[in-house]
Design a protein around this ligand. Structure first.
Ligand SMILES: Cc1ncc(COP(=O)(O)O)c(C=O)c1O
Length: 329
């Protein structure tokens, strides 16, 4: 049997497929999903985590067998950091909002990560009085600067560069340069600014559309800018965003079944929110791409709680969704 090396796993980050959404496509407009769940640790955040660790290694900040990486995250960045850091010889500690899905916490636990739970929003909030996760990570890191390193995905330009150098060019190539509209949600802003800046350089007419969840939302990884300040990373290049589309929890969760039935994809809440935004904005002529940041496997408990699937139905959906990739956890 062939053995999988660390380099093999790392080399599987990126180059995720783009699939056509038959349920939305029609007439002169086609809709496509960039399937980031295909990354080895299951989400778009493999890219940010890898690029931030690589950057810290290049700067000589990390020491194998000694350094501990600590980061506030709603889950996906944590899973990616733990998986990648473990391969490269570093420990990781995660500060996570208690509202993150139980499956996300279970995965981190199984991967051996030390976790600190806070009562933050689903995406750690930034801004006066609301920055518990970030403050906790920063205070632990500053207490032992010789050991701890916090990449700080909310301000780290390597997070932007991962998307500018990889995801943006992949989308341009995969659409043969035909893309007209790009949709994604915003957590740190790395995805929207990295991909947006690259696509605008190739064709300034491409519309970059940000998906904005309601206040008090249930979309793990996203933020609403009325309740939470814009992160530094996003602020540096927010000019790339042409338009915002609002999406409620109900609208997002309302399409999960539809996409399973019509496109045979078991999608995550944030992918559902992107889908709902794409469906909402009438685009008479275009080639539209949205980021599906992860897949639905980690959200069985959330979907059951909201009555979207029963236990058996969810298990059946996981078994039947042929698109689900091999994950490293
Ligand atoms: C689950 C999830 N996390 C994070 C993000 C965005 O990440 P960021 O803005 O931090 O690059 C997205 C974007 O769609 C997402 O769906």
């Amino acid at each position: 049997m062939a053995t999988t090396t660390h380099a093999d796993v790392i080399s599987r980050i990126g180059n995720t497929p783009v699939v056509r959404l038959d349920s939305l496509s029609g007439g002169a407009t086609s809709y496509w999903a960039k399937m980031e769940g295909y990354n080895p640790f299951g989400s778009v955040k493999d890219r940010a985590a890898y690029w931030m660790i690589r950057d810290a290694e290049e700067k000589g900040i990390l020491k194998k067998g000694k350094s501990v990486i600590i980061e506030p995250t709603s889950g996906n960045t944590g899973i990616a950091l733990v998986g990648i850091a473990r391969l490269l010889g570093y420990k990781v500690e995660i500060v996570i909002p208690d509202k993150a899905s139980q499956e996300t916490k279970d995965i981190l636990d199984r991967m051996g990560a030390k976790m600190y739970e806070t009562s933050d929003d689903l995406c750690p909030k930034v801004g006066a009085g609301t920055e518990q996760s970030i403050a906790l990570a920063t205070s632990i890191a500053s207490s032992r600067p010789d050991t701890y390193y916090s990449p700080n995905q909310y301000g780290n330009d390597a997070n932007f560069r991962g998307h500018y150098i990889t995801t943006g060019p992949e989308i341009w190539e995969q659409t043969g340069g035909r893309i007209t509209h790009f949709f994604t949600g915003v957590g740190t802003g790395g995805t929207i600014t990295g991909i947006g800046a690259y696509l605008k350089e190739r064709n300034p007419d491409i519309q970059i559309i940000g998906c904005q969840p309601q206040r008090d939302h249930m979309i793990q990884g996203w933020r609403n800018f009325e309740e939470s300040a814009k992160p530094d990373l996003f602020l540096r290049r927010e000019h790339v965003v042409d338009e915002w589309v609002d999406v409620t929890n109900e609208e997002a969760f309302g399409v999960v079944r539809e996409v399973l039935e019509r496109d045979s994809l078991l999608i995550s809440p944030s992918a559902a929110a992107v889908y709902a935004c794409m469906k909402k904005l009438h685009i008479p002529l275009g080639y539209v791409v949205g980021i599906f940041a992860d897949d639905g496997r980690k959200f069985g408990s959330v979907y059951r709680e909201r009555g979207i699937f029963g236990d058996m139905e969810f298990a059946e959906a996981v078994r039947g969704a042929a698109h689900l990739s091999r994950l490293e956890y």
